[in-house]
Design a protein around this ligand. Sequence first.
Ligand SMILES: *Cc1c(COP(=O)(O)O)cnc(C)c1O
Length: 723
Amino acid sequence: MKSNGFRFPDLPPRLKNLGDLATNLWFSWHSDAVRLFESLDPHLWKILNENPVRMLREVDVQRLKDVSENPDYLAEYDRVIKAFNSYMRNKNTWFAQHFPEFPDKTVAYFSMEFGIHECLPVYSGGLGMLAGDHLKSSSDLGIPMVAMGILYRESYFNQQIASNGFQQSQYVRNDFDRLPVRLVRNGDNEPVTVRVEVDNREIGVRIWRAQVGRVPLYLLDTDYHENTPEDRKITERLYVGDRDYRLMQEMVLGMGGVRVLKALGIKPSIWHLNEGHCSLLVAERMRDKLKKDGNIMDAQARVRSSTVFTTHTPVPAGNEVFVRSRIEAHLKNLWEALKITDQEFMSLGQNRWNPDPNSFNMTILALKSSVMSNAVSKLHRKVSQKMWSNLWPELPPDRIPISSITNGVHIRTWMAMDMKQLLDRYLGADWRYHQHEPEYWKEKIDSIPDKDIWITHEHLKQILRRDVRLRIQAQMERNGEPPEIISNISRLLDQDALTIGFARRFAQYKRGTLLFRDRERLKRLVNNPDRPVQIIFAGKAHPADQPGKALIQQIYQESRNPDFQSRIVFVENYDMGIARNLVAGVDVWLNTPRRPMEASGTSGMKAACNGAINLSVLDGWWRECYNGENGWAIGEDREYDNEWEQDEADYHSLLRLLEEQVVPMYYDRPETKLPCRWIERMKASMKTAIPQFNTHRMIEEYMESLYLPVLKKKKTKKDNPAS
Ligand SMILES: *Cc1c(COP(=O)(O)O)cnc(C)c1O
């Protein structure tokens, strides 16, 4: 679909391709494309949450006219548009070069959330970020992919911290017309819809399309006139608490998603389930296959042969389980269509060796229906194999068929513009094509002079400091704080102080308050006049998670306590935009999960690729990256039976590291005024994290170990019909 005048009526003809850029999320990982929008009106760009569709509609018309006659702007515009067009038209991708025998195959990637950019608020946290980065790298590498998700009427909540530190959640309603999405219409310009039967009624589903580079992302929506007010709410909120709505949401995504692809004439060769929320797609596909095969076992085997599954949850309670009565209420039609009994259907989501007759587990359905499953780090693989070992009682735990593909991040999204420019200067722009070559980085990062990497880092730190101050100021003004307190903000955050970042969901196991275990010790650490330390916290707690909200309140109150004032800050409403500034601008990225609960973690990778140094528990990805020189490891590489003992040991390890290594190294400035040993560690961090923990490497692994085996089997079947 081409850009058109009616979406952006004020766009001068000379700039008409800005409309294409605004409706393809490609802009979000190309800093020069972002700059084209931002430079129209930097202040407005911030206010609009960097939403380019709104930007082109709401920016001053005269300003658009002016830039359309400004030679500098036009030169930059022409350059970006040329790069965009050549990206979109490129036929010689990594995939095309390596797998010319599979030109017409498609991977369908299903996920409950996608974190692509903050202007498309269909994400909550890490799972969504991973899905978003999966699509971006798939697009970059030319993997033929379509993605399926849900367009939520309300953003996953806006967090506001009241003056007593209490988290308040606001759900902001989205006007889809102002998002970078487009309603999918047929040749008669009518919206394409599909139907999903729930109970004894049918629900209409509309389809929106977002474009992530070359990858289309279809987003499903029940909130339109054809449905009853109750059914319109099915796609209202991500991770809705009401279990009935949650199940209906998963039916819309899983079953509706299969029908959408059929309605659009897309025939995937591979179906990739990102976590268990979309598992019902396998049941829907079985229904289709049954029409042809007539035999449920054959149908099941055929579906299984083209389904792959990624599990992200290291605790049994984190898996998606529904009680029997709810499944019976909503899915009766499905098992009737499958010509099986209710018990047979229930058993698809149960462990047949040890069934809980009253529950249906979406992860079990996914594991049993997939030809290959993977965990998201090596340790997480072990934990998952143990967790699901009773599904395969005949196998020893290390043979349980769950492999591991460690997560990564999309470097061009998460590396700050200044750092990308520094690499351009010393490595040449083609570093982008060497992302997964450890030898390349080992050699090239050392070619950057210490002084230049430090200047870049200091500048990123300054950007962060400015951003945090503005946000805290807005928060205080909203909370009606007295002007004399607000005026103190200009002293908040010291450019020269060691700055630690901690930003993540406030769940108990992430131990966001571990540092405060001995308050006096922390006070001494941060208030040392010669070697001060400051800590920036951010993160949301699930609105129903009271203990999580209490952690936020505790940190917020400490941040206001004179003992810690201006050394500890809490920034509200953690989202992708804040995350980008935080991971790029801190000196140290702190992560304290209670091992082995952090399946992978990705924020530490984002920090590392910007030169921040990780100080983290040996869990998830960090256990694979840490080499003794590229950061610090909290605690030991071991398990505990006792949580108290574990917390105590990790706490002491953390404080000792800070007191004896991190702080002294940061402030060790020999004659050159540069912290040479620190910079060496920054470089070691970049050298190891960039080539190993990026999504290009990850997608190649998905290709090799999940997608390719499916494609090859299909091909031999076709070539040899007798088999
Ligand atoms: C990267 C990211 C996450 C996930 O980070 P973890 O390391 O898994 O905690 C969550 N939220 C946002 C906004 C992110 O950018």
